[in-house]
Design a protein around this ligand. Structure first.
Ligand SMILES: [Zn+2]
Length: 306
């Protein structure tokens, strides 16, 4: 017991950690910003290091702010894994500070095929978030993009901590390949005419791109859940839904239930909750993708398209 504790302590010192808890069998501490990304990093790292997730599950990553203790956890890590592209806007300063203090930062979206807002696609071109070329941070709704991140992780973990995660990360990558195939099977069951998606904010662009769905609009016309609402936008959204025959509104963390039900009332749509930015009860990313693809497929197959 004592020997193990001393060994863990020494590994932590060797990995230059300065205060993270020494649980798990590995000494290195990897701090991950969001729960969804954290679940995958945990799987890819296995027992080789300790993974700490900074944001609580269910928090809205676009608006969550860290406590002094959370900032200390970031500063005490051997490696920080962040989503990037402005998703964790409340953590920007804390991560910059940790980086200045010598903590390496791995940015997941540096390793994905980033989706950008196309000309004419943004609902409000005066919003920086909606301008042509704005970059979408929600890559995790496409398991093949998540796999690209997992494939890039071993080199970063090795260089930051000296830890080898080649074996567990290869197993994770293989699981993501079969997860993608299962998601496609579910989502392929929806007829093309019923594949219009309306969400709380613009969170499903990567899923739509991967599985040939169409983002018709969002209640908050923004890549952030913190975008602004206007009566003109809601009227345009209702018109677009009617034109496209969209009969389902998917709501998420940060969606106003009052606004969602008002849109549902005036378009005859059904409101379906979708946890696009939180893990399911079992804490698994595999279950997360299976749940959202099943919920989307069953909601649209039953009520979407006309
Ligand atoms: Zn979001």
């Amino acid at each position: 017991m004592l020997a193990a504790a001393i060994a863990a302590l020494m590994l932590t010192v060797a990995g230059c950690g300065s205060g993270g808890p020494e649980e798990g069998s590995g000494g290195a501490v990897i701090a991950v910003t969001t729960p969804v990304l954290g679940a995958v990093v945990k799987d890819a790292v296995g027992d080789a290091a300790t993974v700490e997730v900074i944001m609580p599950n269910g928090a809205d990553p676009h608006e969550w702010r860290p406590s002094a203790k959370d900032v200390a956890r970031l500063e005490g890590a051997d490696l920080i894994v962040q989503n990037g592209l402005g998703l964790e806007s409340g953590l920007t300063r804390a991560i910059a500070q940790a980086r200045e203090g010598g903590v390496p930062v791995f940015t997941a979206t540096d390793h994905v095929d980033v989706r950008t807002v196309k000309a004419g696609e943004g609902a409000d071109p005066t919003d920086a978030d909606q301008a042509t070329g704005a970059k979408d941070p929600h890559f995790w709704t496409d398991p093949t993009q998540m796999r690209s991140v997992v494939e890039a992780l071993p080199a970063a973990v090795r260089s930051a901590t000296g830890t080898d995660i080649a074996t567990p990360s290869a197993a994770t990558a293989a699981r993501l390949t079969s997860l993608d195939e299962r998601a496609r099977t579910k989502l392929d069951a929806v007829p093309t005419s019923a594949r219009g998606i309306v969400t709380g904010h613009e969170s499903l662009g990567y899923l739509a791109r991967r599985y040939n769905y169409r983002v018709v609009g969002a209640i908050t016309p923004s890549l952030s859940s913190q975008g602004q609402l206007s009566a003109a936008h809601l009227a345009a959204l209702e018109a677009a839904m009617k034109a496209a025959g969209v009969r389902v509104v998917f709501t998420e963390q940060g969606t106003s239930p009052q606004v969602a039900s008002a849109i549902a009332d005036s378009t005859g749509a059904t409101v379906v909750e979708l946890a696009t930015e939180a893990l399911p009860a079992d804490g698994s990313y595999v279950t997360y993708i299976e749940d959202i693809s099943r919920r989307i497929a069953s909601a649209l197959a039953n009520t979407g398209g006309r």
